[in-house]
Every structure is written in structure tokens, then in C-alpha cells.
Design a protein around this ligand. Sequence first.
Ligand SMILES: C[S@@+](CC[C@H](N)C(=O)[O-])C[C@H]1O[C@@H](n2cnc3c(N)ncnc32)[C@H](O)[C@@H]1O
Length: 353
Amino acid sequence: MVDKKNRFSLESRRYIGCKTKLVDWMFGLISEHTHDIHSFCDIFAGTGVVAHRALQQYERVVVNDFLYSNNIMYRAFFAPTEWDEERVQSIIHEFNDIAPSKLRENYFSKNFGGKYFHQDTAKIVGYVRERLKEMQPTLTDKEYAVLMASLIYSIDRHANTMGHFDAYHHKAPVAHPFQMRMVEAESFPGVEIHQQDANQLARTVNVDLTYLDPPYNSRQYSRFYHVYENLVQWKKPPLYGTALKPKEENMSDYCRNAAFSTFTDLMSHIHSRYLVVSYNNTYHSKSSSSENKIKLEQLEEVLSKCGETKVFNHEFKAFNSGKTEFDDHREYLFITEVDNEKRNRSFPAVLRG
Ligand SMILES: C[S@@+](CC[C@H](N)C(=O)[O-])C[C@H]1O[C@@H](n2cnc3c(N)ncnc32)[C@H](O)[C@@H]1O
């Protein structure tokens, strides 16, 4: 018998900018201010909590993020492909019986042990990851993804960090028994999972509504979650600096000075009747890395070129690493009904080429 209790919900992951607490508010506004929606695209999906809600109400949902560790979550939590739940559960039981004292040091423990994770935990994680690589040819994609997602969710709360991997706490990580638990994997026949640059994907997807929640400051998600990117890819690259990051990969133009032109390019290429955009005003902050790359006025201007736009806001306590002060922190939701003629007139042809 498979025990379904004690599973990790999709929402239980720590992720900067995750919309878990705002999903009800957002979907209330979307239902009120849009009509005839059958297909939905979450093009910067992060944890996937917004796509998860959309999957419960729309027939077709496209979910995309360019990070490997996010893509594996969508395959685990949403993909409709075959899997044997009992088999996955018994593999997890087997992993939970491992005694760290019996294991040799490995890539994960040598690099991250005593820093991001307790040495014993890091040893088991490296061992389990190696076993998953060996087992992969005998597992379905869903089984493999559920095991990988379960490994990440099981260690996430024990990481010796503020919730991301830009740094670890100076004090040594606390010892705890390794207990891997399964994620709450579901199966949605209408899901389409992508791992692409948003601006490339926008050129090929056609849906009724596209939801956009890009990063707005210079903090790169691939650098914040490099430990999970490394674990999922398992290419064992050399690591640099005290934060033990690999060479740069998947660096987003939304975190650079090109953010506004990249966003404008995206707006001019999306095929959707509605554009729904999240925005938050970290702009008044003291630390320059959390200053917004796209200003509220710029966003309003570009959306007004796409069609009639309504804006809503909500007070929200955002992630705060301690350096930033938010006066009047607000979360905005823009809902634009696209008027293609107006949009084609507003954007230079060169952008749409
Ligand atoms: C603010 S987070 C989204 C959070 C998400 N709405 C949630 O609730 O979890 C922005 C996401 O965009 C992704 N991203 C950044 N630049 C991207 C790009 N050019 N193409 C695709 N994804 C990108 C990041 O990996 C990150 O997960």
C-alpha cells in the first residue's frame, strides 16, 4: 500500500518571488476581468504555483522556465506520463535506510558538506544522486523526476542558508537524520512543459492568456539556486568562490540593463488575447542589486501600447535579506486585453521581425 500522507506540496518550497500567497487574489482578478480563457501560459513559472492553479481551471497550460531545477519540478508535479508510485516509494525507503558512516565522500559532500549542508546529509545527497543517475535508464521520466524533486524538497528545509545559495550561514550546519519524502505528484493531461528562454518561446506559443512574472532586479536566479542546478545536471563542474558557484549559465537579460528592451521584444511577439503581468516595487530600496531594472512607468507605457490595461495592487511582505528596506511595498497585477492592431502600430516592425 502506498502511503500518501506526509508528502511535500508544490507550495512548500522556499523560492524568492514565489506567488503562493497571492494566487487567490490574482486568480480572483483574472476570472473577473477576462473571458473565454481555455489556454494559459506561465512563461517565467519559477516554482510553478501559478501554473498549478491554472491547471485546475484551464484545458491547456504551457509552463516554462529556463532553469533545470524548475523544469524537473514541472515534470514531477504535473506531467501526465506513466509511473509506478509503489516502485518510487520503495526506492525512497531504500535511500532512507542508508547510514552515512558506510558511504565514501563524493562530489556533493566534498564541496558542500559542512557549509550548505551537514557533512552526513551532503554525503547521502551525493550518493543518492549518483544512484539516480545509474537507475535513470530503468525509470520512466516521471519516476526519475519525482525522485529528483523529492530529493530537493527533502533537503531544502535543512540547507544552512537564508533560503537560497548566494551564501551559507557562518555557524556550522545542524545534524539531522536524512529522511526523504515524496512530493505530491499529480497528472494533468493538458500540460505542456518547456525549458526555454521566454523570448524564444513567445514566438512559437499561442494561448488565450499569458502570465508574466520575470525577475525585476539584478539578482540572477541561476546564481541563487546554483546548488540545485548543479545537482539536477550532475556534470560535477569545478566551483569557485566562497559560495561555491559553477561557471555562469542561464543568465537572464531581465536582470541586466537590457531588461526593458528584452521585455519590449517579448511584448511585441506574444500571441495571446490577454497579458497578465506581476510587478513589485522594490525600486526604492537601498541596495543597488535590488533596484528594479524596469520602472513601473516603463511597464505601464509598454502595456498601454498593447491594449487596454487595468492595474490592481496588493500589500505584500516580500523576501528581505535584511539589506533592503521596503517603504510601501506593493505587489501589482496588470491585466491587458490585447488589441493587435494597436500593438502592431505601436511597435516598430524591426522588433516583430
Ligand atoms: C519572479 S520568478 C517567478 C516566480 C513564480 N511566479 C512563482 O510563483 O514561483 C522569475 C523566474 O523567471 C525565470 N527566468 C528568468 N529569465 C528567464 C528567461 N529569459 N527565460 C525563461 N525563464 C527566465 C527565473 O528562473 C525565475 O524562476
